[in-house]
Design a protein around this ligand. Structure first.
Ligand code: PNS
Length: 177
């Protein structure tokens, strides 16, 4: 039977619980879902590409039809490369719609057979964005419940070097036996 591959492109700087929610929904309707992180030389991200790959790999390790990759250039070209038939994007609120519609229609113009599929994350993530997570974390606020624990920890390490030092100094627990 034919397998439907979809890509879920984005910056994921950092990945949030909203992204994870969408990945989980996408993994249920597509046979394969590729979380595709854009390598964007113009943006100065908070997290390096390998850091974002690692965080997303950890977050998605329970889904056996999801994998993480990086790409540059046009999303439609990457989709063709991995033989994807759909682009998955999240719409949180009406404010997302205009930009997402523009992108979807431009992508359709570039590659008419590629469908964009919009899904809504759970309501509790409707205000959540990577930008706000970065801002709150940078200003010392709590991002608990907004990002997975592993991301929360990495944000602390990134923004407070003392935390990193502490975690590298902590003695590793010894295995018994
Ligand atoms: O998480 P983001 O930043 O909202 O993701 C935006 C992304 C990566 C999906 C978009 O910028 C993109 O597709 N960039 C790749 C270049 C491209 O294809 N541009 C034309 C899109 S219409």
């Amino acid at each position: 039977m034919k397998k439907i591959v979809a890509i879920y492109p984005g910056s994921f700087d950092p990945p949030t619980n909203g992204h994870l929610d969408l990945i989980e929904r996408g993994s249920k309707i597509f046979d394969q879902l590729v979380v595709a992180i854009l390598r964007n030389p113009e943006k100065a991200p908070l997290f390096t590409l390998p850091e974002r790959v690692r965080m997303l790999e950890l977050m998605t390790s329970d889904f056996n039809n999801v994998h993480v990759d990086t790409f540059d250039g046009l999303t439609v070209d990457y989709a063709a490369k991995v033989k994807a038939e759909a682009i998955l994007r999240g719409i949180r609120a009406i404010s997302d719609y205009e930009y997402e519609l523009q992108m979807a229609l431009m992508n359709r113009k570039l590659h008419p057979n590629l469908e964009t599929v919009f899904m809504m994350p759970a309501e509790q993530y409707s205000y959540l964005s990577s930008r706000l997570v970065r801002e709150v974390a940078q200003l010392g606020g709590s991002v608990k419940d907004l990002v997975p624990e592993a991301v929360e920890q990495r944000l602390k390490e990134k923004l407070d070097p003392a935390v990193k030092l502490q975690s590298t100094r902590e003695p590793k627990s010894r295995k018994r036996g």
